[in-house]
Design a protein around this ligand. Structure first.
Ligand SMILES: [Zn+2]
Length: 516
């Protein structure tokens, strides 16, 4: 019997990773396998009611949100068709082999799923791959190759995504997270999903407009609930009160993406009203440009951070100080190998108990066969990115050994006032359970070093009594932006009197004619 002709089929897929272009550690297919890689059937189960979408990360993300939108807005006429889902911890660019594998798999799974009436694609937007600076657009081009130009494609992106002329042209609907730290993955998926379902059913005609801002401001100025950005995030909500305005995004770029057009962007989706989309994008861009001169909060040196910890000792009895290793943020693609911070905690903070993560797969292999309690005299670091993280001699005893999801094999070394957690995989330390899982107690420590810029602020809410951002020297330093090469002058590297000139070039428009 033939399938009922009224049924519409929308495919859904994820390929996501955040790349730090300055990391020498290429991201391979095995990194996805270790973090998150689901085939069609596993993805169907993961996004079903009661499912767990990304194990070890979040129960409900964009694709679950999309599936709920199909249930709620599809009126029984739309079927969600799972393709596959791949996500890896932040790191260096995807190797050519890895990226080509995903392109082949995407093409094959789109063909297998045919016929499709729409596609929902969850991406990061600041992914890198060898040989291209816009891999997301390359993936979208594969989709267009198979699906043609008439099938609507909705894309969800991290708000640190890089918006380009190509990804704007290839997608019909483009929606970004609206929170930083990000906590609205599912909601964004549901809203973008609703738009796509309505489009497939012929109820909505999405039209998009955008503005590209030549600014690469980052750090604490991009947190949605802090004073600098709060009014801008509020403005986005106000702009969406117009029922024709269906989605407003502000993308604040990923500083270490190394894209020659790197910068912020405003993107607006309306229902069949291009002029309105254009006006709203312009208004949001102007508001974002208005905060460009607010300096991000200054980061501490290790010495000034330790003084702050000592002066708040009483308060820390009931919790800990979260010390973000701002030069080695694994969440932003750094290697997690920072030995500089460890060296200073060892020599200058013997009065404080510190929990410190460090990635060193060779050290783990070399010491894995030792029993708990064995003495260790060895060196850590100096292997992944020695120009930043010189080898450091340590001596202590082996406290525990564990194998943890995503982190691989883990060895805890007791260095007296420092408990060093050496991991085989990327040490994306942002939750207290990272330490608890190896038998350490964050509440009892004076300092818990974390390797995430923003998410730890949510996860450590119960334990954290003092938030510190500490700079040493590494590939997630804000000032590295001054060393990158851009096509245009960008703020704050250069003096940019008028963003509109550069915006027009980036959007591929002729220079504006100035009256008078
Ligand atoms: Zn982000």
């Amino acid at each position: 019997m033939a399938a009922p002709t009224t049924s519409k089929r929308i495919g859904y897929v994820r390929i996501a990773q955040e790349t730090n272009a300055l990391s020498p550690i290429l991201t391979e297919h095995a990194d996805f396998e270790q973090t998150h890689l689901l085939d069609a059937e596993a993805l169907r189960q993961a996004t079903a009611r009661g499912g767990y979408e990304v194990k070890g990360f979040t129960r409900h993300a964009e694709l679950t949100g999309f599936c709920r939108a199909v249930d709620k807005f599809g009126g029984g006429k739309v079927e969600a068709v799972p393709l596959f889902s791949a996500w890896a911890v932040s790191g260096g660019p995807l190797s050519t082999a890895c990226f080509e594998t995903f392109k082949r798999r995407l093409r094959a799974s789109l063909r297998d799923a045919a016929p499709l009436d729409g596609l929902f694609f969850a991406m990061h937007g600041a992914m890198g791959a060898e040989g291209t600076n816009d891999p997301e657009s390359e993936l979208l081009r594969v989709c267009r190759d198979v699906l043609g130009d008439a099938i609507p494609i909705a894309v969800t992106l991290d708000l640190h995504a890089q918006i380009t002329r190509d990804n704007m042209a290839l997608a019909n609907i483009l929606c970004g997270y609206r929170t930083n730290p990000h906590r609205d993955h599912r909601k964004v998926g549901k809203r973008a999903g609703q738009l796509l379902v309505e489009t497939v059913l012929g109820e909505t005609k999405p039209t998009m407009a955008w503005r590209a801002l030549p600014m690469v401001t980052g750090g604490g100025t991009t947190v949605d609930f802090l004073p600098t950005m709060r009014p801008v995030f509020r403005l986005m909500k106000t702009l969406e009160k117009d029922p024709a305005v269906r989605y407003v995004s502000l993308f604040m770029c990923h500083l270490w993406n190394n894209h020659p057009d790197l910068g912020w962007a405003a993107v607006v989706v309306t229902n069949d009203d291009p002029a309105l989309a254009d006006r709203v994008a312009d208004e949001l861009a102007e508001a974002a440009w208005g905060v460009k001169d607010v300096d991000p909060p200054a980061f501490d040196t290790v010495a000034s951070a330790l003084e702050k910890v000592r002066s708040r000792r009483k308060r820390l009895k009931l919790g800990t100080a979260c010390m973000c290793d701002a030069s080695d943020v694994v969440g932003a693609g750094a290697t997690g190998e920072n030995t500089q911070l460890l060296a200073q905690l060892l020599t200058d903070a013997s009065d404080l108990l510190s929990l410190v993560p460090l990635r060193d797969p060779t050290f783990v292999t070399d010491h894995w066969d030792l029993p708990e309690g064995a003495p260790i005299a060895a060196s850590v670091g100096g292997r992944l990115q020695p120009e930043y993280n010189p080898a450091l001699a340590i001596s202590g005893t082996l406290l525990t050994k564990r194998t943890l999801d995503c982190f691989g094999r883990v060895i805890v070394v007791d260095l007296d006032h420092v408990k060093l957690v050496v991991t085989e995989g990327p040490a994306m330390t942002m939750r207290p359970r990272f330490y608890r899982n190896v038998g350490l107690k964050p509440m009892k420590a004076d300092i818990c070093v974390v390797k995430s810029f923003f998410p730890f602020r949510l996860f450590f809410l119960a334990e954290n009594r003092l938030t510190l951002y500490v700079k040493t020297r590494g590939i997630t330093d804000m000032d590295l932006v001054t060393k990158l090469t851009f096509n245009d002058p960008v703020h704050p590297k250069d003096d940019v009197p008028d963003w509109r000139v550069i915006d027009r070039r980036r959007r591929g428009l002729a220079p504006a004619v100035i009256d008078g």
